[in-house]
Structures are given as C-alpha cells and as structure tokens.
Design a protein around this ligand. Structure first.
Ligand code: BEZ
Length: 217
C-alpha cells in the first residue's frame, strides 16, 4: 500500500501539542507525557542502527548529555528497529567510541510513533524514519521542528543553539535575530501602538528603526 494514501502522513506542526504515546525503549517502557513532565524534550529519529551517519549523530548526543541535562532537557531517540538491535548498537558504540547512549531509544518496530510525528516520509524512504528533531517544551507543546534526509547528518551546534534560543526567548520575552548565539543582543518586540512607537524612539535600545531594536540581556 502506498504511504501517501494513509492519513498518518499528517505531520505535527509548530504550536501543536506533542502527540502522546507509549513505547518500548532502551531504558524500559515509557509514556511520553510522563517523560516530558516539567522538562524540555528533544525527540529525534534516525534511519537505522549500525549505520555510519546515525552513529556519528547519536554518539554526539551521548557526548552532549550533560549539556542537555543542564538545560533542563531530556533526550529521546527513535528508529524503526527492534529493542535487540538498539541494545546491540548501544553496546557497539560503547565499545568502539567509548560513549554510552544513556537516553532512551524507542524501538518503533510497528512505526506507531514515527507515523504520529511525520517521521516516515515515503519519497525519502518507505521503511526508515528520516532524521527528525522535535523540540518540545515543558507544557508539551512542539516549538521547533527539523527534518533532514537520510544522507545528511544534523548539526549539533545548531540543535544546541536552537534550544538555547527558544529557552532564552521564553524567559525574556524577546526574539532572536539571524545567527543569534549566547551573549549576542536580542530583538525587543516591536511596538503595537503609536504611543509605544513614540516611546521607543526615545529609548536607548540599539535601533535601526523603531521596529528593529536590540538590547543586551
Ligand atoms: C547512515 O546513517 O549512514 C545512513 C542510514 C540510512 C541511509 C543512508 C545512510
């Protein structure tokens, strides 16, 4: 059957609540809404265990585990592989690369979660998940989505930057300009009334014009 004919080709969008699910993972069975409670979660899929690009990506997530924990963020991986394959791969990566993938990896053998999250993109592969990254906030809302094809690995610096940008934006009610990184100025929300615009003109923000004003946090 062609995947396009199924309604599970619907892809969750930014601003949607993250679909809940139960899954078998390398750390045991879990319910996603409980895993997500009061924490940011990065849910990411990879096409297959024991493949080279995926190994570079997931071993780097493992290297960055402490960073994500400090950012109040839990990691969870997924592929359409069995739990036995996942465990053998975790063991192999520990042996060969000296890093333990401690975060749960979902064994999505029936593709249930991959379908819920639009990770199966049939033009790319009918059987393997694409490289998706979902940033989900502590209220369970999807805040940022990345999709990469099978043949291009993701960028860990950008994943870390995007998470920090979301968290900093939430905490300071500001927006992040092009290439924003920690320590850079942030964008102050534009005025929404004429009075606020006139006030803005008198402010000491770093301003191109009243609608493009930056400040240091
Ligand atoms: C890889 O991770 O190297 C890979 C996985 C599936 C298809 C192509 C590459």
């Amino acid at each position: 059957m062609e995947l396009e004919n199924n309604n599970w080709t619907v892809i969750p969008r930014i601003g949607d609540m993250a679909p809940d699910f139960e899954a078998v993972t390398t750390t045991g069975k879990l319910k996603f809404s409980e895993y997500n409670k009061d924490k940011w979660v990065i849910l990411f899929s990879h096409p297959a265990d024991f493949t080279p690009v995926c190994t570079t990506e997931l071993s780097e997530f493992a290297h960055q585990q402490d960073y994500f924990t400090e950012q109040n963020t839990k990691l969870i991986g997924l592929s359409i592989d069995s739990i036995h394959s996942h465990i053998a791969w975790v063991h192999n990566v520990k042996e060969k690369l000296g890093v333990l993938m401690e975060f749960p990896i979902i064994a999505d053998i029936d593709m249930h979660v991959a379908k819920l999250y639009g990770m199966l993109q049939p033009g790319e592969s009918q059987t393997a998940a694409v490289r998706a990254v979902f940033f989900i906030d502590p209220k369970g809302k999807i805040r940022l989505i990345m999709y990469y094809p099978l043949n291009v690995g993701r960028n860990m610096d950008e994943i870390k930057r995007a998470l920090l940008a979301l968290q900093t934006s939430d905490a300071n009610k500001c927006a992040m300009p092009l290439n924003w990184n920690l320590g850079d100025s942030v964008i102050v929300p534009p005025p929404t009334t004429v009075d606020a615009m006139l006030e803005r003109e008198k402010s000491n923000y770093d301003m191109v014009d009243f609608y493009l004003a930056k400040k240091q946090l």
